[in-house]
Design a protein around this ligand. Structure first.
Ligand code: NAG
Ligand code: NAG
Ligand code: NAG
Ligand code: NAG
Ligand code: NAG
Ligand code: NAG
Ligand code: NAG
Ligand code: NAG
Ligand code: NAG
Ligand code: NAG
Ligand code: NAG
Ligand code: NAG
Ligand code: CU
Length: 620
């Protein structure tokens, strides 16, 4: 090695050594009163007594040590770093019973991992709707190389839906036999940067790099501006060839980085709109503000204009056509195709669930990652992960296609943990017949497919995702509409389980084990907690029995709706309206001879109505 090469080599080692940092953060969860939309003060989940949560920022190669203290008195919690690969640290990924045990009240878990990516990400609780109650924030990772596009200033922006009731009130009313159609609760408002009526003060002739995240739990939003355009440069951490658009459609959990260049003339201010996708809502309450106005402010003394209108939602930009800057070509043909059909249906308890094929994801007794680590050679046998968890074991290095046939009439944004995927086909919405993927009759696949970690599928239609199984770990794949996840719309990939076992970094940390022990969860064994006979699943959690023979889901829905319509009109679709109608309860149960356990009936309503100390009570 020549001296100059050697010193260059040493220099680059030193640079990267000096450059990588460790960020140590301690955060304690708890309830904080806030008034996000200006319409109602309510408890939100804050950290260290503050809401909204901080924007976390680090750079590629850095190590994160985030100590999450569960400061709730009566709720478990967990934290997910959305979009991060967690290479060699699957146990830090966050979803309870997939990769970890829930963290009980009063306990702390250290989330420690290294950042291998750059771009726009976010973090949120992966437990019981807590992120919808406020436990969410932006996480930006800088690259160690220069940003490929020029800009002058950097700005962060989140959008979300906002509910006046918290999850402990909404969840039991949503997953309820008096809501047999599975109507999702309607948000009370939308937020722009966790508030409303935002004035964004800008300088003239300046290019802003704006990192946008939809941190919502349900609705996609449109973003559009009067007199300005977006130039998209990044989606979900993937840099793309610049593409200009007047309108962005951002589903929950998705991210976009855009360039916005301001005008030279500072005499006027402009509207910056965020608008909820109404097609996701079962009905639009009269007082719901669907289009919300914010402002690009050049001059504080000039007036703030009213709502800006656009002609057509269909002019929206299609992320399918974006091209990654990496020029990554279509991965080779798949080694393994996972075909999953999305269906929403009722089970015998009258509750509406979501199914992949015929299974509604039901959490196992032992987190799947623990099963993968402690099952020896049985870890490659899907059976050990249970029959009701939709588990798929993937071989290291295989090319995987996920074919999502959406047999439901709604859009669903699906998120894959631990990976980005190529979106190789997304069939348009079908308004009449159901369209499913047909391997011998499909569109031509792009040479440079779009890559991201969250993509939506159109109603009654399908999409095909392709990725490489190069990240040993257990990875959840689920609808990011939190209501649908609660309904069980999830599968999990157990990727290279022997590789997980062989990697000393994947050995469970002391904090991790502590959370399991405090919650009386076994740290070995199959989905049923059996570590003696791994193929014996006796006692594993399973979904409710199907509807009794002779009763179709359509029938039960029609019957309940005719009862409700007869009593108090169609407005009763509001989920939380239904629980009050005691008559319907008994009539429906009797007429359908449903398998309903009456004991938990009173419980769930009483508990929900009282609100609990965890903040369900709404202060007026
Ligand atoms: C948050 O609170 C914990 C104790 O509850 C404290 O140790 C930590 O320093 C606080 N973190 C910040 C960022 O203030
Ligand atoms: C936004 O404006 C509306 C109408 O003026 C007002 O009622 C609401 O409180 C405002 N919200 C915030 C967060 O400023
Ligand atoms: C936390 O999770 C465990 C395991 O599912 C459960 O037994 C316990 O009741 C939960 N604790 C709370 C406070 O919800
Ligand atoms: C995380 O911290 C634990 C100590 O709690 C340590 O055993 C482990 O090696 C650390 N893991 C990483 C990836 O830094
Ligand atoms: C959104 O909030 C963040 C954090 O407070 C702030 O830095 C940013 O400038 C805000 N974005 C806009 C567009 O106002
Ligand atoms: C919302 O915005 C769309 C597009 O500009 C417009 O067609 C619609 O009338 C607006 N709705 C309301 C209630 O203002
Ligand atoms: C830009 O977007 C348009 C429309 O979606 C698409 O046709 C075109 O291929 C895109 N170009 C790039 C470079 O992404
Ligand atoms: C990707 O392709 C474009 C045009 O074909 C080329 O200009 C660019 O240098 C390529 N980028 C990389 C990272 O190879
Ligand atoms: C789902 O269908 C498969 C194949 O038809 C069957 O073996 C399995 O028992 C079903 N599972 C449930 C939970 O109904
Ligand atoms: C799939 O497409 C082929 C070729 O067009 C056709 O012959 C076949 O019937 C299709 N299969 C289904 C299930 O529709
Ligand atoms: C981390 O995992 C991703 C996703 O599978 C993979 O593409 C990448 O090569 C891995 N990176 C490292 C440093 O192992
Ligand atoms: C765990 O088991 C112990 C002993 O049976 C019991 O006292 C404790 O309440 C249990 N904890 C949980 C979270 O179930
Ligand atoms: Cu969904």
């Amino acid at each position: 090695m020549k001296l100059s090469t050697l010193s260059l080599f040493l220099f680059s080692c030193i640079v990267s050594f000096v450059a990588a940092e460790t960020h140590t953060w301690w955060f304690e969860t708890g309830w904080v009163n806030a008034n996000p939309d200006g319409f109602l003060e309510k408890p939100m989940i804050g950290w260290n007594g503050t809401w909204p949560l901080p924007i976390l920022r680090a750079k590629k190669g850095d190590t994160i040590n985030l100590y999450l203290i569960n400061g709730f008195t009566d709720a478990n919690t967990t934290l997910h770093f959305h979009g991060m690969f967690q290479n060699g640290s699957s146990q830090m990924d966050g979803p309870p019973f997939v990769t970890q045990c829930p963290i009980p009240p009063g306990e702390t878990m250290l989330y420690n991992f290294t950042l291998t990516q750059h771009g726009t990400y976010w973090y949120h609780s992966h437990t019981s709707g807590q992120y919808g109650d406020g436990m969410r924030g932006i996480f930006y990772i800088d690259d160690t190389e220069d940003y490929p596009y020029d800009y002058d200033e950097e700005v962060f922006l989140s959008v979300t839906d906002n509910y006046h009731h918290n999850s402990d009130y909404l969840n039991p009313r949503f997953l309820n036999r008096y809501n047999p159609a599975g109507a999702e609760p309607i948000p009370d408002s939308s937020l722009f940067n966790e508030t409303r009526n935002v004035t964004w003060h800008v300088q003239p002739d300046t290019t802003y790099l704006v990192h946008i995240v939809n941190v919502g739990r349900f609705v996609s939003q449109y973003l559009y501006m009067e007199g300005h355009e977006f130039e998209i440069v990044e989606v979900d951490g993937v840099m793309v060839e610049k593409n200009a658009t007047d309108l962005i459609y951002i589903a929950v959990a998705q991210r976009y980085s855009v360039l916005i260049t301001t005008k030279s003339d500072t005499s006027q201010n402009y509207a910056f709109m965020n608008s909820m996708d109404q097609t996701l809502l079962d009905y639009i309450p009269a007082d719901l503000i669907v289009n919300s106005t914010n402002w690009i402010v050049y001059d504080d003394s000039a007036e703030l204009p009213g709502q800006y209108y656009i002609d057509d939602w269909d002019a929206d930009f299609d992320d399918f056509f974006l091209r990654p800057l990496s020029n990554q070509t279509l991965f080779p043909d798949p080694d393994y195709v996972v075909t999953i059909d999305v269906v929403m249906d009722n089970l015998g308890n009258g509750i509406n669930y979501a199914f992949f094929n015929n299974i509604t994801y039901t959490p196992p007794t032992v987190p799947t990652l623990i099963t993968a680590l402690t099952s020896g050679e049985f870890a490659t046998n899907e059976l050990v992960y249970g029959t009701n968890t939709n588990s798929f074991v993937l071989q290291k290095g295989d090319i995987i296609d996920i074919v999502v046939n959406n047999q439901d009439s709604g859009k669903h944004p699906f998120h894959l943990h631990g990976h980005i995927f190529q979106l190789i086909e997304r069939h348009p919405e079908s308004f009449t017949d159901l369209v499913s993927f047909n391997n011998s009759d499909h569109a031509e696949w792009p040479e440079y497919p779009m890559m991201r970690d969250t993509a939506y599928v159109y109603p009654q239609s399908y999409m095909v995702l392709r990725f490489v199984a190069d990240n040993p770990g257990v990875w959840f794949f689920h609808c990011h509409i939190e209501w649908h996840l609660d309904q069980g719309l999830a599968v999990q990939f157990v990727e290279d389980p022997m590789g997980i076992q062989a990697d000393p970094n994947q050995a469970l940390t002391p904090d991790y084990i502590n959370s399991c022990q405090k919650n009386n969860i076994s740290i070995s064994g199959n989905a049923a907690g059996n570590s003696v006979n791994l193929l014996d699943l006796t006692g594993e959690p399973v979904q409710h029995k199907p509807l009794p023979p002779g009763f179709t889901a359509k029938g039960i829905v029609a019957l309940v709706f005719s009862c409700i319509a007869g009593i108090c009109g169609i407005a009763a679709i509001a989920v939380y309206g239904m629980a009050e109608i005691k008559d319907v309860e008994h009539r429906v149960a009797r007429d359908l001879a449903l398998d309903i356990e009456d004991e938990d009936d009173e419980d769930e309503i009483t508990q929900a109505e009282e609100g609990s100390s965890s903040g369900g009570e709404v202060s007026k």
